[in-house]
Write a protein that binds this ligand. Structure first.
Ligand code: DC
Length: 224
């Protein structure tokens, strides 16, 4: 039986993961956060201090895997659950850099395709609709203005110690957008057949509702 694949791409901080989780819970699909895979490779490279010219050869020892525990994705590096460790600003920036390396993308390509072939998925990333799942049943490109994305992130971090300033967060977002959109291999861009959802003026519920509506219009009867 073929599986239903939904691709959600877009820039950092557009709310992809939160919204994709809400939508996948509604549909009973598995939510796959592919950014976590790139982050885990970045952690591997950082922890082992691997120089650029050794990255490709080192990948065969990386041992990155995903597990779905009670429906939630956990990511493992050499059997160690690193799902929280990969969420630092340093790893965000390192992941943006390492994800530009073609060998890294190639290494993670098969993992992503296999999960989508075996499960009904909502998969989020940067190149899901363009490269990983070009035949996805539904493709969404979810974005929001850089200022609004920085604003949301700032509100999320404001309570925490060592919170960066709004301007630092905005600069970081603009830099990552630039890196993700201008790399040679699989840059972040909207697939020709993706539907654009701009969440600048929408809250999470409204964004999730807009996406569920697009999905039901596309695959109608396939929805539970
Ligand atoms: O979605 P995220 O912020 O966790 O992703 C971390 C980095 O990984 C991001 O800067 C770009 C990269 N990435 C990618 O190149 N392709 C994907 N499918 C997912 C993430």
């Amino acid at each position: 039986m073929s599986t239903v694949n939904i691709a959600i791409d877009g820039p950092a901080g557009a709310g992809k993961s939160t919204i994709a989780k809400m939508v996948s819970a509604k549909l009973g699909y598995i939510y796959v956060d592919t950014g976590a895979l790139y982050r885990t490779i970045a952690l591997y490279i950082t922890e082992n201090d691997i120089p650029d010219d050794k990255i490709e050869a080192s990948l065969e020892n990386a041992d990155v895997s995903l597990k779905f525990i009670d429906g939630a994705q956990r990511v493992f590096l050499g059997g160690r659950d690193v799902s929280e460790l990969i969420r630092t600003p340093e790893i965000s920036m390192a992941a943006s850099r390492t994800s530009a390396i073609p060998a890294v993308r190639k290494y993670l390509f098969g993992t992503q395709q296999k999960i989508a072939a075996e499960n009904n998925v909502i998969m989020d990333g940067r190149d899901i609709g363009t490269v990983v799942l070009p035949n996805a049943d539904v493709k969404i490109f979810l974005t929001a203005s850089a200022e609004e994305r920085a604003n949301r992130r700032y509100k999320e971090l404001a309570e925490k110690p060592d919170c960066p300033t709004y301007q630092e967060i905005l600069d970081d977002i603009i830099k990552r957008d630039y890196q993700d959109m201008h790399r040679e291999t699989a840059p972040l861009k909207q697939a020709d057949d993706a539907v654009l959802v701009d969440s600048t003026e929408l809250n999470l519920e409204q964004s999730a509702d807009a996406i569920v509506k697009i999905i039901s219009e596309k695959i109608g009867g396939g929805l539970c």
